[in-house]
Ligand binder design. Structure first.
Ligand code: OAD
Length: 239
């Protein structure tokens, strides 16, 4: 898989890429997320039932971002993006993560298919805006001025991930699909490797252990992302 410079690569990342930065993965928590049931804090129904609890939960996650920093895997992907761009190629970086560590690692163009903690969404007019402070039920949407319908800009269970059409187009146009630090348990992201296979793409997985979809990949490399990703990026860039 050497010599991919000036080619098109689509990378999907999951919680495993941020694990070495100190953010817990989902499956490691045994169906609970920081001691909360996923249904209570990651569904529209949970928000309708107890919006104050949901705001409190995401306020803690948002402020926890200040205590973590990007690791060598995030930084290596930013380097790959810059190099590919400079040589006429393209990196499409799609993440399921709601942290901002790819951006803080230097990535310019990240698709947050499950939303991001540093943004809010109006449940009435669907306006999205950057917000890095605590949120509350008292917030007013800066576009439609409705109070009380502002929610974290996170794609909850039962909702459609963002930018699916762009991701599908880029998958169809890429030369190589790489999955990093994701368990392959949550669709539609878990199905990207099968889409890539159906289009005849080369596929590579970098993960701590075999994921649920490992057998769909041409190659699986096992180990921590902070080591595997910089090694692989150096290979690609021919260092
Ligand atoms: P998971 O917690 O399901 O999977 C994390 C994967 O990362 C596992 O396969 C781990 O083995 C692997 N891993 C852990 N530490 C690693 C390391 N240091 N280096 C490399 N790999 C490591 O997280 P996701 O697959 O991201 O959705 O979960 C997908 C979605 O499920 C999330 O985006 C979230 C969740 O419900 C929403 O919030 C909508």
């Amino acid at each position: 898989m050497n010599n991919m410079k000036s080619k098109k690569i689509l990378i999907l990342t999951g919680a495993g890429i941020s694990a070495e930065s100190g953010i817990d993965t989902f499956r490691a928590a045994g169906g609970l997320w920081e001691n909360h049931r996923v249904e209570d804090v990651a569904t529209p129904e949970g928000f309708a039932k107890d919006p104050k609890l949901v705001h409190r939960f995401y306020n803690l996650r948002r402020s926890a971002l200040k205590t973590v920093k990007p690791n060598p895997a995030h930084i290596a992907l930013a380097k790959l993006e810059t190099s590919l761009k400079a040589s006429g190629g393209q990196l499409t970086l799609v993440t399921q993560n709601v942290d901002d560590l790819h951006e803080r690692g230097g990535a310019q163009d990240v698709i947050h298919m499950h939303g991001i903690l540093t943004s809010m969404l109006c449940g009435i007019c669907e306006n999205r805006w950057e917000h890095i402070q605590d949120a509350s039920t008292e917030m007013i949407c800066p576009k439609c001025y409705v109070k009380g319908a502002c929610r974290p800009d996170i794609v909850w269970f039962g909702e459609m991930p963002y930018a699916m059409h762009v991701i599908e187009e880029r998958l169809a146009a890429c030369d190589l699909f790489v999955s990093i630090g994701t368990s392959g348990a949550v669709y539609p992201a878990a199905g990207f490797v099968q889409m890539a296979n159906a289009c005849g793409k080369t596929t590579l997985e970098l993960n701590l252990e075999h994921s649920q979809g490992s057998h769909f990949f041409d190659e699986s490399r096992l180990g921590p992302a902070g080591t595997l990703v910089p090694q692989w990026v150096d290979e690609i860039l021919g260092a």
